[in-house]
Write a protein that binds this ligand. Structure first.
Ligand code: AP5
Length: 209
């Protein structure tokens, strides 16, 4: 299975990916997680990415395209992968398409998790992540257990101001990839409002249909 999870910031892509990889036994490749790891390590790529990410902007296409195409060429992706957060612009979608055609493989599905804008800000601003396990919590909807609370991380781009910019960027830069995949006949729309278990079942249902 070669698939992509698309959706606005806070739609639940990371939450759902963590649940789905166990079913499909494919690597979860999050461009956001890879960029945050580069920022933490202080690499040249991380330093460049940090400027854009903090402000809620997008990292330049050439940087992200190189990073992801290199990652999916690795051995563990030979039988499939789940991309989360990439592609995020039309040039990224076209670059992925060209690389996969060259490699003689094709995407099976693009799952679009749809959540209205008015729910996204609250989801992102109150998100907390466990740096040790990668588990994503929400202070209200998925509260962390008391013994991990002290080590949880609040992402630098989960401020109200940055989230508003990220939502605007989603509509201007990422939404245009939807018709690209619609034309290919592989776009699957999923309602992202409801409890996470229900949404996982909805995604599995569209992938099996
Ligand atoms: P990235 O890390 O990809 O962030 P994002 O797309 O903005 O998505 P999020 O991680 O914010 O949300 P999510 O959909 O994964 O939601 P989650 O499951 O955590 O990118 C970050 C930045 O990196 C970008 O802004 C950009 O600068 C850069 N970048 C990354 N990729 C790039 C690219 N390809 N090109 C250029 N730049 C790139 O859930 C959110 C919260 O909601 C959690 O607290 C969760 O517990 C809660 N929640 C989840 N599901 C539910 C539910 N059903 N009901 C209630 N709460 C829920």
């Amino acid at each position: 299975m070669r698939m992509i999870l698309v959706g606005p910031p806070g739609a639940g892509k990371g939450t759902q990916a963590a649940r789905l990889v166990d079913t499909f036994l494919i690597p979860h490749i999050s461009s956001g997680d890879m960029l945050r790891a580069a920022v933490k390590e202080g690499t040249a790529l991380g330093k460049e990415a940090d400027r854009y990410m903090k402000a809620g902007g997008l990292v330049p296409d050439d940087v992200v395209i190189g990073m992801i195409l290199e990652r999916i060429a690795k051995h563990d992706c030979a039988k499939g992968f789940m991309l989360d957060g990439f592609p995020r612009t039309r040039p990224q979608a076209e670059a992925l398409d060209a690389a996969m055609t060259k490699a003689g493989v094709a995407l099976d599905a693009v799952v679009l998790i749809e959540v209205p804008d008015q729910l996204l800000e609250e989801r992102a601003v109150h998100r907390r992540t466990d740096p040790q396990t990668g588990t994503i919590y929400h202070l209200k909807y998925n509260p962390p257990p008391a013994d991990v609370s002290a080590r949880l991380v609040h992402r630098a781009d989960d401020t109200k101001e940055a989230v508003e910019k990220r939502i605007a960027k989603y509509h201007s830069e990422t939404a245009p990839i939807i018709p690209f995949y619609l034309e290919k006949g592989i776009l699957k729309r999923v309602d992202g409002v409801g409890d996470p278990d229900t949404i996982t079942e909805r995604i599995k249902a569209v992938l099996n249909s």
